[in-house]
Design a protein around this ligand. Sequence first.
Ligand SMILES: *[C@@H]1O[C@H](CO)[C@@H](O)[C@H](O)[C@H]1NC(C)=O
Ligand SMILES: *[C@@H]1O[C@H](CO)[C@@H](O)[C@H](O)[C@H]1NC(C)=O
Ligand SMILES: *[C@@H]1O[C@H](CO)[C@@H](O)[C@H](O)[C@H]1NC(C)=O
Ligand SMILES: *[C@@H]1O[C@H](CO)[C@@H](O)[C@H](O)[C@H]1NC(C)=O
Length: 445
Amino acid sequence: MECSKALAPLLTMLVLAPLLVTATDPDPLQDFCVADLDSEISVNGYPCQPTWSAGNEFLFSSKVVTGGDPTDSPNGSIVTEMDVSEWPGVNTLGVSMNRVDFAPGGTNPPHVHPRATEVGLVTSGELLVGVLGSLDSGNRYYSKVLRAGETFVIPRGLMHFQFNVGEEEATMFVSFNSQNPGIVFVPLTLFGSSPPIPTPVLSRALRVDADVVDLLKSNDTMECSKTLASLFAMLVLAPLLVMATDPDPLQDFCVADLNGKTSVNGYPCQPSSSAGDEFLFSAKIATGGDPLANPNGSNVTELDVSEWPGVNTLGVSMNRVDFAPGGTNPPHVHPRATEVGMVTRGELLVGIIGSLDTGNRYYSKVVRAGETFVIPRGLMHFQFNVGKEEATMVVSFNSQNPGIIFVPLTLFGSSPPIPTPVLVKALRVDADVVELLKSKFAGFN
Ligand SMILES: *[C@@H]1O[C@H](CO)[C@@H](O)[C@H](O)[C@H]1NC(C)=O
Ligand SMILES: *[C@@H]1O[C@H](CO)[C@@H](O)[C@H](O)[C@H]1NC(C)=O
Ligand SMILES: *[C@@H]1O[C@H](CO)[C@@H](O)[C@H](O)[C@H]1NC(C)=O
Ligand SMILES: *[C@@H]1O[C@H](CO)[C@@H](O)[C@H](O)[C@H]1NC(C)=O
């Protein structure tokens, strides 16, 4: 690509990116805090370099003027990253960028950014951009072929991908409202975590035999161990994620008017005269559902704002989940909330898979009655009943509507379906394996 062609859109995005979206990283407390990437002190983000030692180059970068060679990678795509670890000047400023180059047929495989909304611009070629809604939208698959000069936006925490449907190479530039958006590659996280997610968990979640799971694991594991070493430095410095996410309330209570005709962020308030005091209380999760009523062997009793109008604008909600022996709450992501949970009976294997920052590390523990766990917003996780009796857990979220992206259902049962060639390339298996997986989730919407 010509240099001048690349620079113009880049400059526009650099200027506009912070205005287009709401910042999610903490606000800065000074003009600049150029990251000291070599510091041994671990803080949220990076410590600042002494102001006298930062010149003025930190405001500028030429890193994404040229892209990598996409034909060298098995995905047929190559990312030129420009997050805080590549561009120390963005530390505390709540923004970063990437350039991605695609060979014909290349893909940026289905992934999630746990910490950022993304806006992007295609600068050459023809990219199919696919975005998958959460269960709120019935796992709807939104997609469009974008050409040079066209833009897209991807809400924080939703699964998405790009796929080069043209005959030439394609390039896009994206901006994030975080200095370190993080990335959870879905196939790699499911099938190539380190250590691996146990096969019985995936077999139950994907509704296929262990040999299909092993086939899926076989092609992604190698790639993961290769990248592990180079990611070790990032693991040490990965920022902590502890932050309220919903907007703050502007009054004591705003009991949701679930039938209101006006569409706002959340729900409109009921007139205060009509709200009694029952809205503060709920008995809904005192009893659980029947975990044998569906193929997961688990049953979620939801208590988000649509079930409990009193939590509207308060930034919290809860769920109860009951598990049959061997039952699972399949691998999923909450795009809008961190979760804390407590097991109230039985024995649950709780698994959490870190983003690429941690080399897709798989963290797990068998959690028993009275024991608790925490799951950072946007990270993939699951529960699996490893006991001989039923198990129950109660979880809380820091959002009135955390949303849920069931990973297998979203990949294989979206509506309309993700095109098979996209999944073949992302999963590195033949089309018949993809069709088998799709058949297990057909008609679930
Ligand atoms: C290719 O995809 C894998 C995940 O499947 C990811 O680890 C890797 O970074 C990707 N490479 C590029 C260049 O996007
Ligand atoms: C959960 O259990 C209840 C019965 O307690 C049942 O009516 C409902 O269909 C179950 N839900 C699912 C999704 O299996
Ligand atoms: C079972 O898992 C699928 C996704 O794999 C999900 O759509 C469904 O809601 C789950 N059912 C329950 C009761 O959790
Ligand atoms: C593994 O990936 C390669 C290249 O993407 C593909 O040709 C091969 O069929 C895959 N192996 C299996 C067992 O699916």
